[in-house]
Write a protein that binds this ligand. Structure first.
Ligand code: CP3
Length: 340
C-alpha cells in the first residue's frame, strides 16, 4: 500500500504536496472539546483508546488531511520511566524535576509496556483509515523530553537543563540513554500496531552549541533510530530539530531519516541545497498566519509551495495549530494547496 505521504517520503516530488498539520487534533475543533470532556484528565485521555482514536480521526473527517497523527503526548515516556506527570489547565505539563542521583532509578525495563495502551489507539485508528491516508506515530526527541524531566515544566531558554548537561555529564548521558531506549521500544510498538511513519519531535533543539547538539540531540537520536531499525522496523522516520539553525544540516547528514520537518526560521529553498537529494522536507507555514487567516495567509501558503517546488515536500506548519485557529482558515489553506 502506498499513499501520497509515503511517496513523498520515498523521495518523489509530487504535483500536489500532501498535507497534515502538527496539532491538527486539538482545541480549535469543537468536536475535540466534546471528546476531551469525557476524560478525567489529559493523561487519562491519551491512555483511553476509545477517546484517543476518536480525537486522532476528527481532523481527518473534517479536513481530509493526508495523514492522521496518533493522539498522545511526548510526555508519556517519563510516565513509563516511573516519573509523575500531570497537565494543569493554563500552565501545561508539570513533572517532578529529576535530580542527578535519581537517574539510575529510572525504570527502563518495561517502560514502553507501561504506556502500551497507545498501541491499541494505533490499531483502532489504522482500522478506520482509508488506503490513501497515512498514520503517523511519534515520540519526543530525547533532549526535549529530558528538558521537561529536568526542569519540571516548559521554560523559555532551557538553562536549567543545559546546566545539568554541563555539570553532570554522566547522569545526563544516563538520562538520555534511558529515554532513547524506552522511546525506541515505544516507537517499535507503534509501528508493529500499524503506524506507517514515525516522527521524532525535538521541539527544543534551538540554541544549543554544536558540541551540545551533538551529545544531546544527534547521538541519542541515532541510538533511537538504530534500535528501531535493529528490530526490523523499516517505516520512514521524520526528524524535527526545530529552529536548530545550521545544526539542522548535521542532523540531516548524520541520521538515517527520510524527512526533516522545518520550523519557521528558515525557508525550504534555503535548506534544500544543504541536505541530500531526495530527502523529503516538511513544513513550514508560520502558524501565526494560520491564526490570522486572509490574504496574508494565502500568500504565505504560496511562498511555502514556491520554496518547496522541485523536491519531495509535505505541507505542514512550522509549529502546531493553536486553539484560536479558525476552521475556515484551515480549509482555505488546504484548498489553496489542492487547487494550485
Ligand atoms: O494532533 C497532534 O499533533 C497529535 C497529538 C500531539 C499532542 N502533543 C497533543 C496535545 C502531539 C504530536 C504532541 C507533541 C508534543 N507535546 C510536543 C512536541 C510538539 C510541539 O508542540 O512542539 C510537546 C513539546 C508536547 C508537550 C506538551 N503537551 C505541552 C507543552 C502541552 C501544553 C501546551 C498546550 O498546548 O496546552 C501539551 C498538552 C497537549 N498535547 C495538548 C494536546 C492536544 C493540549 C491539551 C488539552 O487538550 O488541554
Amino acid at each position: 500500500m502506498t499513499t501520497p505521504i509515503l511517496k513523498a517520503l520515498q523521495g518523489q516530488t509530487l504535483k500536489t504536496s500532501p498535507i497534515w498539520f502538527m496539532r491538527q487534533a486539538g482545541r480549535h475543533l469543537p468536536e475535540y472539546l466534546e471528546t476531551r470532556a469525557k476524560a478525567k484528565d489529559f493523561i487519562d485521555f491519551c491512555f483511553t483508546p476509545d477517546l484517543a482514536s476518536e480525537a486522532t480521526l476528527q481532523p481527518i473527517r473534517r479536513y481530509k488531511m493526508d495523514a492522521a497523527i496518533l493522539f498522545a503526548d511526548i510526555l508519556l515516556i517519563p510516565i513509563g520511566l516511573g516519573r509523575s506527570v500531570t497537565f494543569e489547565k493554563g500552565i501545561g505539563p508539570i513533572l517532578e524535576p529529576i535530580q542527578p542521583e535519581e537517574v539510575k532509578a529510572l525504570t527502563i525495563d518495561g517502560a514502553a509496556d507501561r504506556i502500551s495502551n497507545v498501541y491499541e489507539t494505533v490499531r483502532r485508528v489504522r482500522a478506520q483509515l482509508d488506503d490513501e491516508t497515512t498514520l503517523i506515530g511519534f515520540a519526543g526527541g530525547c533532549w526535549t523530553v529530558a528538558t521537561y524531566m529536568i526542569e519540571g515544566r516548559g521554560s523559555p531558554n532551557k538553562e536549567v537543563a543545559k546546566r545539568f548537561a554541563y555539570e553532570h555529564p554522566k547522569e545526563m548521558q544516563g538520562l538520555l540513554e534511558a529515554i532513547a531506549i524506552s522511546t525506541a521500544d515505544y516507537l517499535i510498538g507503534q509501528a508493529k500496531a500499524g503506524a506507517q511513519v514515525l516522527k521524532i519531535f525535538e521541539s527544543w533543539a534551538q540554541g544549543l552549541s554544536p558540541a551540545q547538539f551533538d551529545t544531546l540531540v544527534i547521538k541519542p537520536t541515532h541510538m533511537i533510530i538504530e534500535r528501531v531499525r535493529a528490530a526490523g522496523i523499516t517505516v520512514p522516520i521524520m526528524g524535527f530539530p526545530r529552529a536548530a539553525g545550521l545544526n539542522m544540516i548535521s542532523f540531516a547528514h548524520e541520521l538515517d531519516i527520510q524527512a526533516m520537518a522545518v520550523g519557521t526560521d528558515i525557508s525550504i529553498a534555503q535548506l534544500r541545497p544543504h541536505v541530500r537529494q531526495g530527502l523529503c522536507l516538511q513544513g513550514n507555514l508560520d502558524p501565526l498566519l494560520l491564526r490570522m487567516g486572509g490574504q496574508a495567509m494565502l500568500d504565505g501558503v504560496d511562498r511555502v509551495l514556491d520554496d518547496a517546488a522541485g523536491g519531495p515536500h509535505i505541507f505542514n506548519l512550522g509549529h502546531g495549530v493553536t486553539p484560536d485557529v479558525k476552521i475556515e482558515s484551515v480549509h482555505a489553506v488546504i484548498n489553496r494547496i489542492r487547487e494550485r
